[in-house]
Design a protein around this ligand. Structure first.
Ligand SMILES: *[C@@H]1O[C@H](CO)[C@@H](O)[C@H](O)[C@H]1NC(C)=O
Ligand SMILES: *[C@@H]1O[C@H](CO)[C@@H](O)[C@H](O)[C@H]1NC(C)=O
Ligand SMILES: *[C@@H]1O[C@H](CO)[C@@H](O)[C@H](O)[C@H]1NC(C)=O
Ligand SMILES: *[C@@H]1O[C@H](CO)[C@@H](O)[C@H](O)[C@H]1NC(C)=O
Ligand SMILES: *[C@@H]1O[C@H](CO)[C@@H](O)[C@H](O)[C@H]1NC(C)=O
Length: 490
């Protein structure tokens, strides 16, 4: 029998940031406008979303200085649509500027205004659609805070796979092998919702449930700080995962402890923190959108909410997992995501972008728990519009699947299949470690690992060859490599 101890922090004492005890590991700069948590996202091949946080509200509309060399930033951008957004429990302001009229595939340097900080950040704009030169993309799913308050050499009760002393983690590995153009992260970003689990498991000695909202925000800030060496130089394209909205059960067996702090409910932190190119693609916020980069059309879908045709996300109230802790959405109108997806895929110019790659958080081909609702919502559409590759995570293992549709494996396997190819890689690493694969893998499984942290490297060679590699973070070795061939004339 399951004991229910549902605590909802629906009200919290208004507070002043300066009065809060500081939780270790977050650097709070002296300069209130010093930019932290730098991140960037494509906005077409001639634009860029530039975002950063500050611990105080900027004195005027967010503004950036930028230019083509690190020594000269002659251009200023402070567009009407620049935003500085926050929510009551956040410790910071999320500042967003979208700059436009840039040159494709060109490196720029920039820095936010209003601070005396001297750091200068950089990005390279997207390759124009139709540019068929080789490039590489890094993909992580389920990447959480690494370090003393996240995945480390010690783990909480029930967690597995601590890092070995000195082990190179996924964030470090991505830095060491930084040949990729952008980082794609379809969900489970930071795992700050684990504050409660970590708290109850005695992993955060100096915190209390009463200041949970503060711990949540602190873990988020730590994670974004950790990502900044990567995301201040490369675009970081994100999508929604359950841990962007989860009111986790606290991980105590037999109990169901739900404490929803405001930043955690309904994707609040996620919606404030990121700006994805949804308006360019007719998508919706950071939930669903698409973008072109060179010879590839990339599509991000939302597997958590808005599945269309009245299908509930697995963790929505009434959903199959019976965990209304993810009481979120809908964000669009009825069927909006599905109608958008069909329209988006229908209009891909396969001459310019022969490859179509989709990422969503939850898998439906994996040797473990599947998202049957997601399959119902998306699979036929992917097949109908000849999606080449579908990337997911959620299950914390690596598994490469055969090209498949509706349970039927494509007899051609990777040699010019007509069905989409599926890969699940949820092994990036977070507080809880890795999951275990069953001893008997599903018949569609082609390669699987459950003992190593790692990330995915996609190499688009040309219009006919695409290689996927599972890179082991600890030593950079490639544990699994497979090339998809599509019989196309470039
Ligand atoms: C930046 O430096 C100037 C000159 O030293 C100083 O007046 C100003 O307060 C500083 N700004 C911030 C945000 O620290
Ligand atoms: C917890 O607080 C004690 C006493 O202030 C301090 O010595 C200790 O370093 C803190 N531990 C952590 C992990 O912050
Ligand atoms: C979540 O936010 C969206 C957008 O503001 C809103 O339409 C929806 O009702 C909210 N859902 C819940 C469960 O609060
Ligand atoms: C999938 O296969 C089942 C039988 O296994 C069939 O009933 C169903 O119509 C198929 N769905 C599609 C979209 O082809
Ligand atoms: C495409 O790339 C693959 C892998 O490098 C190579 O074997 C193949 O010859 C290339 N095809 C064309 C048409 O260049």
């Amino acid at each position: 029998m399951k004991h229910q101890l549902v605590l909802l922090l629906v009200s919290f004492i208004p507070f002043i940031l300066a009065d809060l005890p500081s939780i270790s590991h977050v650097r709070v700069p002296k300069d209130p406008f010093e930019p932290v948590q730098i991140r960037q996202a494509y906005a077409g091949s001639t634009g860029m979303h530039l975002s950063w946080n500050t611990f105080s509200k900027l004195p005027a509309r967010p503004t950036v200085n930028y230019g083509l060399t690190i020594t000269s930033l002659p251009f200023v951008s402070s567009p009407q649509n620049a935003e500085s957004v926050t929510y009551p429990t956040s410790l910071t302001y999320n500042n967003h500027v979208r700059i436009t009229h840039l040159t494709p595939n060109t490196k720029y340097f920039w820095k936010p205004a209003f601070s005396n900080a001297t750091s200068i950040f950089s990005f390279t704009t997207a390759r124009e659609a139709g540019d068929h030169t080789l490039f590489t993309v890094a993909v992580v799913v389920d990447l959480g805070l690494i370090g003393p308050q996240g995945l480390s050499t010690t783990v909480g009760a029930g967690a597995s796979n601590p890092l070995k002393p000195g082990e190179i983690n996924t964030i470090q590995s991505l830095q060491q092998h930084e040949s990729w153009d952008f980082l794609w992260h379809p969900g489970d970003i930071a795992y700050a919702d684990y504050w409660l689990k970590e708290e109850l498991q005695g992993f955060l000695p100096n915190t209390s449930i009463a200041n949970g909202f503060h711990v949540y925000e602190s873990l988020l800030n730590q994670f974004y700080d950790e990502m900044t060496p990567l995301t201040s130089r490369k675009p970081w394209m994100v999508g929604p995962g359950n841990h962007e909205a989860n009111c986790d059960d606290g991980g105590i067996r037999g109990y169901d402890v739900r404490i929803c702090v405001p930043g955690q409910t309904n994707f609040t932190g996620f919606r404030n923190h990121f700006r994805m190119p949804s308006y360019q693609s007719g998508g919706l916020e950071n939930f669903w959108y698409s973008f072109n980069h060179g010879m590839v059309h990339f599509v991000q879908i939302d597997t958590e909410t808005d599945l269309g045709h009245g299908i509930l996300g697995p963790d929505q109230p009434g959903g199959s997992e019976g965990n209304p802790g993810e009481d979120s959405g809908p964000f669009g109108l009825v069927d909006q995501q599905i109608n958008w997806l069909i329209n988006d895929l229908k209009n891909v110019d396969r001459k310019k972008t022969p490859w179509v790659v989709v990422a969503g958080h939850r898998p439906w081909y994996v040797s473990g728990a599947i998202c049957a609702e997601c399959q119902k919502a998306f699979e036929s559409i992917f097949n109908q519009y000849s999606v080449d590759l579908v990337l997911t995570g959620h299950f914390h293992v690596y598994e490469r699947i055969a090209p498949i549709f509706n349970g039927t494996i494509d007899p051609n396997e990777l040699n010019n299949p007509k069905f989409p190819w599926y890969i699940t890689n949820g092994a990036a690493g977070h507080y809880d470690g890795l999951n275990s694969l069953p001893t008997k893998l599903a018949p569609f499984s082609r390669a699987a690992y459950d003992k190593h942290y790692g990330w995915s490297r996609l190499v688009f060679h040309n219009c006919s060859h695409l290689t996927h590699e599972f890179v082991k973070s600890a030593d950079g070795s490639v544990l699994d490599r497979a090339t998809l061939f599509k019989d196309r004339k470039c």
